[in-house]
Design a protein around this ligand. Structure first.
Ligand SMILES: Cc1ncc(COP(=O)(O)O)c(C=O)c1O
Length: 339
């Protein structure tokens, strides 16, 4: 893979830790579960977007940008990490958030505010309408900023573009080096998949390095359909950016389950709450209710159903998101916040 020509800024604390979650593996009766702690990438409490932002803001810097814009929900991890990365680099940042301006800032929204992000709220009768308005508002804001003599750069929502996925292809190299040092052979990667950008990168990395690892995404919402097709296209474009010509994907190469979404994105489930409590109490590791809690609920259920061999090594890739734990009962559900 070639990365030499792709601009990058250094933001993340790398490599993130990889270690066996022995008590969790034991509590479930095998396989060997390892945690890859991308919640510890640093920069505004970390998460998977910090890796993506190294390349996205690398491009922004390369183009001479001094202002960053992006969009998301008020509790968006992506928006919070973008605000943190921009503050780290001394860039102005504007977040267009789909929702009412709240009286009290909590969770991710509080952190984005603390980091000095300019917050713009847009609403719509439906979520789709609000999202469409957010993207119009970004175009309008970018023009306004340009008019004021600034150089804006729009970070795609969720960093869900091939340039962002490049970071996760490289993260597989990091994983392989660590696994090698620990003398373990990884059989599976299990992770929360939203837009599929992280998954696309992991697919490219695991295939290009001929690791034989199976990547299993646990979906957190019903959006982004047709999911497998979109992720395979993104993986192909990511591979094109990185060079290896023999790495191509079809939608059947993308494995993602929708079984643990529950009512929908951002809607708490009892199973995710149980997974959060088990992981916290076995390992001292916090997961979040929107992404990693659902992914761990999926992993636990699939272990129980015999999806993995007892002796196999499953890396649970922790993609962050813990600030949602401080977003209140609406996001966390009744099971976590009751005393
Ligand atoms: C904590 C967390 N995990 C997973 C994801 C999903 O990442 P992707 O959109 O690359 O699938 C996100 C995206 O917002 C996230 O914030």
């Amino acid at each position: 893979m070639q990365i030499a020509g792709i601009p990058r800024v250094r933001l993340a604390n790398l490599p993130t830790p990889l270690y066996e979650a022995k008590r969790l593996s034991e509590a479930l009766g095998g396989p060997h579960i390892f945690l890859k702690r991308d919640d510890l990438t640093g920069v505004g409490l970390g998460g998977n977007k910090v890796r993506k932002l190294e390349f996205l803001l690398g491009e922004a810097r390369n183009r001479g940008a001094n202002v960053v814009l992006t969009a998301g929900a008020p509790q968006s991890n992506h928006a919070r990490q973008t605000a943190a990365a921009a503050a780290t680099l001394g860039m102005e940042v504007h977040l267009v958030l789909t929702g009412e301006r709240s009286e009290e800032f909590r969770g991710n929204l509080l952190i984005s505010h603390l980091l000095g992000a300019h917050l713009h709220f847009v609403t719509g009768k439906t979520m789709d309408e609000a999202v469409a308005r957010a993207s119009d508002e970004m175009v309008r804001l970018a023009a306004e900023l340009e008019g004021a003599g600034k150089e804006p750069y729009v970070v795609p929502v969720g960093g869900a573009v091939p340039l962002g996925s490049v970071s996760y292809a490289l993260a597989v190299l990091e994983l392989m080096q660590q696994a090698n040092d620990l003398r373990v052979r990884v059989d599976w990667i299990v992770h929360a998949t939203g837009s599929g950008g992280t998954q696309a990168g992991l697919l490219v990395g695991t295939r290009a390095l001929r690791t034989g690892i199976r990547v299993l995404g646990v979906r957190v919402g019903y959006e982004f359909e047709p999911f497998e097709e979109r992720v395979s296209e993104q993986a192909n474009e990511t591979a094109r950016l990185l060079g290896p010509k023999d790495v191509t994907f079809r939608s059947s190469d993308v494995v993602a389950t929708r079984d643990y979404v529950g009512e929908g994105y951002d809607r708490p489930t009892r199973e995710a709450s149980e997974a959060i409590l088990l992981t916290a109490r076995c390992e001292g590791v916090l997961l979040d209710p929107v992404y990693t809690g659902k992914a761990m609920a999926g992993l636990i259920d699939m272990v129980r159903k015999g999806r993995f061999g007892r002796g196999e090594v499953v890396v649970f890739w922790h993609t962050g998101g813990e600030p949602a734990l401080f977003a209140g009962a609406e996001v966390c559900g009744p099971y976590l916040t009751a005393g």
